[in-house]
Write a protein that binds this ligand. Structure first.
Ligand code: ADP
Ligand code: MG
Length: 353
């Protein structure tokens, strides 16, 4: 049982509130991500779980057992090295076995765990090589094997692949996701990259200045963000957020470019949010039902195109499939399904539709 829970945990460094009344439960065998901007408290949460820091208040539980007074060695959770760097003078085998040799684990047990982890990570055929003779992907797998060989109840990773180039990062995160599933172990993972968090997590917690703003599956949070803050952290391009003006006919935003019929939005709506993929753009034409806007710039990205538009004083972004024939300065018609609009109250909290 490696369920890990915080109950109203607070941690301060002097005047800095690093973790602010945080409560969450990471389920056994879950791939759980902490996601937030730099300095939002992600690393402090991992250090509290490891026992390298003590909370000022609140309770930490591992497998249902309160561990506030348990030393790091007694918690059976393992941190994976931040940069996944290997020792260059050791072979892959020596690198993987290092944490066990350091702990003076018996030879037979080391052999058993090495066989187990190298089968899971498909590195048996490269164990005799030094890191310099391994490809980037092989090096990553050896480094992960070294972390896994200790066989703790849960693994913690603090931004483990942020130093890699973009292509290797994409490959490695898929490997990690697969490894976690194959191992069936709790993995708590920190990242400041929203795409990475969404791609790997079973569930994630969104942090803001030490406070947890929302916990859920990536798709749940993406579809139903609890606030403007959360809405803007997930998704690329970022969600369009527009001030709403209530009129007799309904709600207007972007100087009339977006109009929602009366009764289709809650009375307390102060701002609305529209994901770029939900904003439809068509060439302007007589008799078109859409509202007018002007194309500011077009970014063709191959499989899709980002169109930036001006409507009144508002700048909006639309994401379109393929490479539509739309040029800068063109007059276009905007459409948006009212059912796809997010409504937020004054202060940024989401309103139920
Ligand atoms: P993240 O990992 O999300 O970047 P951290 O958990 O490292 O955030 O930091 C959260 C806050 O706590 C920041 O304001 C940071 O400056 C502060 N902090 C973290 N560690 C220490 C420390 N050892 N001493 C003083 N302040 C710290
Ligand atoms: Mg950090």
């Amino acid at each position: 049982m490696a369920e890990i829970a915080f109950r109203h945990v607070t941690k301060r460094y002097g005047d800095t509130l690093a973790v602010d009344d945080a409560s969450f439960t990471v389920e056994d065998n879950e791939f759980f991500c902490f996601f937030g901007p730099p300095l939002s408290g992600k690393s402090t949460i991992l250090r509290l779980i490891l026992g390298l820091e003590t909370p000022d208040s609140g309770e930490i539980l591992i497998g249902g057992r309160p561990v506030n007074k348990v030393s790091p060695a007694g918690r059976n959770v393992a941190m994976v090295f931040q940069n996944l760097a290997l020792f260059p003078h050791m072979t892959a085998r020596e690198n993987v076995c290092f944490p066990l040799v350091e702990r003076k684990v018996a030879h037979a047990e080391i052999d058993r765990r090495l066989a187990d982890v190298s089968a899971k990570l498909h590195i048996g055929h490269i164990l005799h090589k030094p890191p310099a003779q391994l490809s980037g992907g092989e090096r990553q797998r050896v480094a992960i094997a070294r972390a896994l060989v200790r066989d703790p109840a849960a693994y913690l990773m603090d931004d483990p692949i942020s130093a890699l180039d973009a292509r290797l990062r994409e490959e490695t995160r898929v490997e990690l996701k697969r490894i976690q599933r194959d191992l069936g172990k709790t993995l708590i993972y920190v990242t400041h990259d929203q795409e990475e968090a969404m791609s790997v997590a079973d569930r994630m917690a969104i942090l803001d200045n030490g406070a947890i703003r929302q916990v859920g599956a990536p798709s749940e949070i993406y579809d139903s963000p609890a606030s403007v803050y959360v809405a803007r952290l997930l998704g690329s391009p970022v969600m369009n957020i527009l001030a709403g003006r209530h009129t007799e006919a309904g709600l207007e935003a972007a100087h009339g470019a977006i109009r929602l019929p009366a009764g289709s939005v809650p009375a307390g709506t102060a701002e609305i949010g529209i994901r770029p993929e939900n904003l439809k753009v068509e060439p302007w034409g007589e008799g078109k039902a859409g509202r007018p806007a002007k194309v500011f710039e077009v970014e063709p990205l191959g499989g899709y195109t980002v169109v930036t538009l001006d409507a009144g004083q508002s700048r909006l972004r639309a994401l379109m499939r393929g490479q539509p024939d739309i040029r800068p300065e063109a007059e276009v018609a905007l459409f948006c399904d009212p059912g796809r609009i997010h409504c937020f109250a004054q202060g940024g909290g989401a309103l139920a539709r």
